[in-house]
Design a protein around this ligand. Structure first.
Ligand code: SF4
Length: 340
């Protein structure tokens, strides 16, 4: 699903003749297939079953998306004990551990699972390696919900590492029987360094067939890498708790281009734009396009009259809805559809 970057395609969206300051609007940016699916699941559940619908944790890590769904009737909770017995609850795109699924079952909750299929893939790998007797090293940020969920598949044999130092300090029962997995939203460069350190420490370590970092994380980072050198500033639209958005800021900063994470246009500090002629704008995988457009409009009021959309690679990924939703919206047997 990852596409190799070729020569970027530039599409001029707005060009004021006198403009000397430019916006480079990166593509792909914003919503990934897992986020589109998760947000659709909540909306369809609200339409089909009616409010309230409970959602465990933020459905995706974006304040605007969460508050918009809350206005429509979704109730966000941190843990399942806040959900009334027998109620309908949605698991977020970041996934849950088997322990959480067990609590939902005990409480008689009607579960709709919005876990991204690419997160589920990592869970399946964790189960497979654990069954084969491997000690598991999960490269990721231990406070992130996705990591909690994946670790929960095999908690007795899984250790989470976030730094090369932690890799060097790892102790396992059998150094020849170690497998690694990664969080889906890591920095590609950081993950590469960590995996290299793991291979040095455990020469016989095994890993997934294809890397766990997802296509959307990779594509958005590749787009920043392609454009950051030609920009004076990179603005990343995304919330503070969005892992892949934070990684985009780091990618830019590591290339020497100043970068900030903003939830919305109002977060832009005017002094950031001092002596800036080219500002690149992108968005994390959970940030909606409406917020990106508000940022562009704000920049236009500050003299950035030319807007070039720079498409570094095409992206066209879609995921199907989970069976609980497909079943719920299926027409009743014998129902007649009117119209074309
Ligand atoms: S960022 Fe990647 S893993 Fe996370 S929801 Fe999007 S596609 Fe899935």
């Amino acid at each position: 699903m990852t596409t190799t970057a070729s020569e970027p395609r530039v599409n001029n969206l707005s060009n004021q003749a006198e403009a000397t300051k430019r916006v480079l609007l990166l593509k792909p940016r914003g919503f990934c297939a897992g986020v589109v699916r998760a947000v659709d699941i909540v909306k369809i559940a609200l339409d089909t079953f009616g409010a309230p619908i409970y959602v465990r944790k933020e459905i995706v890590h974006n304040r605007y998306v969460v508050s918009d769904l809350a206005k429509k009737g979704a109730i966000f909770v941190n843990e399942l004990d806040e959900v009334p017995s027998g109620a309908r609850v949605i698991f977020s795109a970041h996934g849950v551990s088997p322990a959480v699924r067990a609590v939902a079952k005990e409480r008689g909750l009607k579960v709709i699972d919005a876990t991204c299929p690419l997160v589920t893939k990592v869970h399946v790998e964790a189960i497979k390696f654990a069954k084969q007797g491997y000690s598991l090293v999960l490269v990721g940020h231990r406070e992130h919900e996705e990591v909690e969920g994946t670790q929960g598949e095999a908690p007795e044999v899984t250790q989470v590492v976030s730094t090369v130092e932690e890799v060097n300090n790892l102790v396992v029962p059998d150094p020849d029987k170690v497998a690694y997995l990664t969080q889906t939203t890591l920095s590609l460069d950081e993950a590469r360094d960590m995996i290299e350190a793991l291979k040095k420490k455990f020469p016989n370590i095994v890993g997934p067939h294809a890397q766990d970092i997802c296509y959307a994380t990779e594509n958005r980072q590749t787009a920043v890498k392609n454009v950051a050198h030609g920009a004076d500033l990179v603005l990343v639209v995304g919330s503070k708790n969005s892992s892949n958005s934070n990684r985009l800021v780091e990618v830019s900063q590591n290339l020497g281009t100043n970068s900030y994470l903003i939830d919305k246009a109002e977060d832009i500090q005017p002094q950031w734009l001092n002596d800036v002629d080219n500002v690149a704008v992108t968005a994390g995988a959970s940030a909606p396009e409406v917020l990106v457009q508000e940022v562009i409009e704000y920049l236009q009021t500050k003299g950035f009259g030319s807007v070039d959309e720079v498409e570094v690679m095409p992206e066209n990924v879609r995921f199907g809805l989970p069976p609980e939703i497909v079943q719920a919206i299926k027409p009743a047997p014998g129902a007649v559809t009117v119209g074309a």
